[in-house]
Design a protein around this ligand. Sequence first.
Ligand SMILES: [Zn+2]
Length: 112
Amino acid sequence: MTTQEKSDIKNKIKNDILTLNKQIFTLEEKVKPIAPDCGLGRLTRLEAMGEQDVNNKILDESRVRFTRLNNALQRIDTPLFGICIECEEEIGFGRMSIRPESVRCVECANNL
Ligand SMILES: [Zn+2]
């Protein structure tokens, strides 16, 4: 990976972190407990709870990715960045630019 490619990835990670930060904040607002008597009908209330389940799931996934991206940002200036933790081969710019939080190359990820 060239220095330029690394700096492109670094910018992407920072952007993704900002986007995720906003997304997490919005979701946290949405998953706040629904007041029992907020004037919703029974069906609407069930729907709202279903939507909350979905949002909670997205929130969990967003938090995991947020942590991974922050870890990637800490690794990016070390020689370990972009190196597969299984086979120790270079992961490749293509994959790293799409998923900068990757710690495994495509083959090793598929063998999990
Ligand atoms: Zn590998």
